[in-house]
Design a protein around this ligand. Structure first.
Ligand code: 2AL
Length: 244
């Protein structure tokens, strides 16, 4: 099966890291392609960044459909453009926040999220509501790290994240920790080993969920809200997004 992992930001070192984590999680025989869009922000840590990442994500879905991709993962913790991507895709599309929260709700009664900047916590709370996961989500903590700090191998980012995860474990009455950024995917097993609590990386969780849906023959339902967008003209910079 062909799974396309879309990192909605344009930082290629992060896309490579996400691709490696996705391949480690994938079953033998699953072909993973990990891409960044041609246009968009270098990192996503605001509503503005999220909005401007969505056209690039949809462009990658369009290409994926032409290549007969079986399923997609949107690998940014805000799940930007997830529902629009479902309208544009035949196969299943899974967001990493959606995947991580659902998986966490099945292995414990309450989870905490540890993310990058404080300003993104509201986005994560909103997603927990949207997915019906609010009752499992006990706390959302931030590290005051920029997303791109995670790409600086000489930085103290790991120690900062580990310290916040330790506080979450000790203070938030949680059974597991969800990592709140795709750029943290490679830290999952180290944090788990250092703290002795289950840590969930949404990239791996999303790969396993999308593989399962494809194997079950379950595609995105085209009966209602996620039917293909209606044909109409789009103008200006958006003209290539027109549906015919
Ligand atoms: C993210 C993420 O996963 N990728 C990105 O650019 N921003 N999310 C976050 N909360 O910082």
């Amino acid at each position: 099966m062909k799974i396309k992992v879309i990192n909605p930001n344009t930082t290629h070192s992060m896309t490579r890291k996400i691709g490696e984590c996705a391949r480690r999680a994938a079953a033998p025989g699953t072909e993973i392609s990990a891409v960044s869009p041609m246009m968009g922000p270098a990192s996503i840590e605001s509503h503005y960044d999220e909005a401007l990442s969505v056209p690039g994500v949809l462009e990658e879905i369009r290409r994926g459909e032409a290549e007969r991709v079986d399923g997609y993962v949107i690998a940014c913790f805000g799940d930007p453009g997830l529902f629009a991507a479902r309208e544009a895709a035949r196969g299943p599309v899974i967001g990493i926040a959606e995947a991580a929260m659902h998986v966490a709700s099945m292995i414990g009664n309450g989870f905490g999220i540890v993310t990058t900047l404080e300003r993104t916590c509201g986005i994560a709370w909103d997603l927990s509501d949207r997915y019906g996961m609010r009752r499992f989500c006990r706390a959302i903590r931030s590290c005051e790290l920029n997303v791109l700090d995670l790409e600086d191998t000489g930085s103290t980012a790991y120690q900062v994240i580990l310290a916040e995860c330790r506080r979450a474990m000790n203070e938030d009455k949680i059974d597991s920790i969800v990592l709140g950024c795709a750029g943290m995917a490679d830290l999952c097993s180290s944090i788990e080993n250092d703290l002795g609590i289950t840590v969930i990386d949404g990239v791996s969780a999303a790969i396993k969920l999308v593989e399962s849906l494809v194997q079950l023959g379950l595609k995105t339902s085209k009966r209602g809200e996620w039917a293909a967008p209606l044909p109409k003209a789009y103008s200006g910079l958006m003209k290539d997004f027109a549906v015919s």
